[in-house]
Design a protein. Structure first.
Ligand code: ATP
Length: 358
C-alpha cells in the first residue's frame, strides 16, 4: 500500500480559479518525489493541500491508507521547509532547533540529544551558540531544514527551499538534502521550478503545467521518454530542439534536406501523411562524425558558448534556430557552415495537434 495517495485531487480557490485538476499520485514510504513545473502551475497549492494548510476542493487524500482530507497538519505528521527560512532571529541556532520540541513538552535531555544529532547531520555543531544573523544563507537554510527533521515526522515537505541561495550553495545543499533524506527515510515531497534539482534529487518527478500533471516518472523516464512536447522541452538543459513540419511521402524537409521518417513512424506513417508532426532532438544527442543510421542536417553558426566541459553552438537553419552541444575542442568558427548528425534512435516525434509523443 502506498504511504501517500492523492486521488483526483482538485483545488478551486474561493475566487473560482481552478488551480489543480485531478492530481493523482501514489508515493511509497521513503520516496523522494519532486513536483516541477513553471511558475503558477499549481505545485505549491498541491503541496499545501498535502500539508493541510489548504483545503482540498475535490478528491481524496490518504495517508497510509486512511482518508486524511480533514486532518490538521499536526495529525498528518508533516514538517515543511519554506523558501524563506523563517528562523527566530532572537534565538540561537540551538534554540531554533529545540523550539518545536520544547513546545511539544519533550524532555530536556531528549531535546538535547536530538539537537546534537541533528546539528551533526547538518554540520551545525560549531554554530549552535550563534544567532541566525551571524550565519551564511546556506547555514541558515540548514537550520531551517534541521528544525523540520528534528521532529521525526513521516512526511517532509519542501517548497523551493534553495531559491534564496547562490548557485554554489544550491549545489552543496542539494546533495546535503539528498543525504539527509537517505538518513531519515522520511517520505519527501519537494517543490521546485528548477529541472536540474528535479533530475538530481528525485526518485520520481511529477511534471506539472497549468494545474495538470503532465507526467510522473523517474528522472530517466521523463528525460528519455517524455510523454509530450512540454515535458520534452522542460526537462533537459539546453532544452530539446523542436521543428514543426508537414509529412509528405513519409518525409519532412528541413533546411533543404529531406528526412525520411517512414521507418521511424512504422505503421503510423500512413496516418501522418499530410499532417503536422513535431520533430525533436536534444542538443547533446548530436554527433559531428557520422554514426550508423543517422539523419544529417546543417546550418550556419551564429553563436558559441564555451562552458568548460562542453560548448553550446547556436545554429541558424533558415527557418529555425537550434542549439547543439559539442565537445570543447570541436567548437566551430562563427559564421561557418556546420553539418551534424542525429542518430535515428535519438529522434522524438510528436503529434502536431495533440503534441503527444508518437
Ligand atoms: P510558483 O513556482 O510561482 O510558486 P506554483 O506552481 O507553486 O508557482 P501555485 O502557487 O500553486 O503555483 O499557484 C497556482 C495558481 O493558483 C496560480 O495561477 C496562482 O495565481 C493561483 N493561486 C494561488 N493562490 C491563490 C489564491 N489564494 N486565490 C486564487 N488563486 C490562487
Amino acid at each position: 500500500m502506498a504511504y501517500l495517495t492523492l486521488r483526483n485531487i482538485n483545488k478551486i480557490y474561493p475566487n473560482g480559479f481552478h488551480a489543480v485538476h485531478d492530481f493523482n499520485l501514489e508515493a511509497e514510504r521513503g520516496e523522494f518525489i519532486v513536483f516541477v513545473g513553471p511558475s503558477g502551475c499549481g505545485k505549491s497549492t498541491t503541496l499545501r493541500m498535502i500539508a493541510g494548510l489548504e483545503d482540498i476542493s475535490k478528491g481524496e487524500f490518504l495517508i497510509n491508507g486512511e482518508v486524511a482530507n480533514q486532518w490538521g497538519p499536526r495529525e498528518r505528521e508533516v514538517a515543511m521547509v519554506f523558501q524563506s527560512y523563517a528562523l527566530y532571529p532572537n534565538m540561537t541556532v540551538y534554540d531554533n532547533l529545540a523550539f518545536g520540541l520544547s513546545l511539544q513538552g519533550v524532555d530536556e535531555d531528549v531535546i538535547d540529544e536530538r539537537v546534537q544529532k541533528t546539528a551533526k547531520i547538518l554540520g551545525l555543531t560549531d554554530y549552535l551558540d550563534r544567532m541566525p544573523r551571524a550565519l551564511s544563507g546556506g547555514q541558515r537554510q540548514r537550520v531551517a531544514v534541521g528544525r523540520s527533521i528534528i521532529r521525526k515526522v513521516g512526511i517532509f515537505l519542501m517548497d523551493e527551499p534553495l531559491s534564496n541561495l547562490d548557485a554554489k550553495q544550491r549545489v552543496t545543499m542539494r546533495s546535503e538534502i539528498t543525504q539527509i533524506h537517505r538518513e531519515t527515510g522520511a517520505t519527501t515531497i519537494y517543490v521546485t521550478h528548477d529541472q536540474t534539482e528535479a533530475m538530481t534529487m528525485a526518485d520520481r518527478i511529477v511534471v506539472m503545467k497549468d494545474g495538470y500533471v503532465q507526467q510522473v516518472g523517474t528522472p530517466r523516464e521523463v528525460y528519455f521518454h517524455p510523454c509530450n512536447v512540454f515535458v520534452a522541452g522542460f526537462i533537459g538543459e539546453p532544452p530539446m530542439n523542436f521543428i514543426r513540419r508537414t509529412v509528405e511521402n513519409g518525409c519532412i524537409e528541413i533546411a533543404g534536406a529531406a528526412l525520411d521518417l517512414k521507418e521511424k513512424l512504422g505503421e503510423k506513417a500512413k496516418d501522418y501523411e499530410g499532417r503536422e508532426i513535431v520533430f525533436g532532438f536534444r542538443p547533446e544527442a548530436i554527433a559531428l562524425e557520422k554514426p550508423e543510421n543517422a539523419y544529417v542536417l546543417s546550418g550556419t553558426v551564429e553563436l558559441t558558448e564555451m562552458l568548460g566541459d562542453n560548448a553550446n553552438v547556436y545554429l541558424d537553419m533558415a527557418e529555425e534556430k537550434v542549439i547543439l552541444k559539442v565537445p570543447p575542442h570541436e567548437i566551430p568558427p562563427m559564421d561557418s557552415e556546420l553539418s551534424f548528425f542525429i542518430p535515428a534512435e535519438s529522434i522524438y516525434l510528436f503529434d502536431g495537434e495533440s503534441e503527444m509523443v508518437i
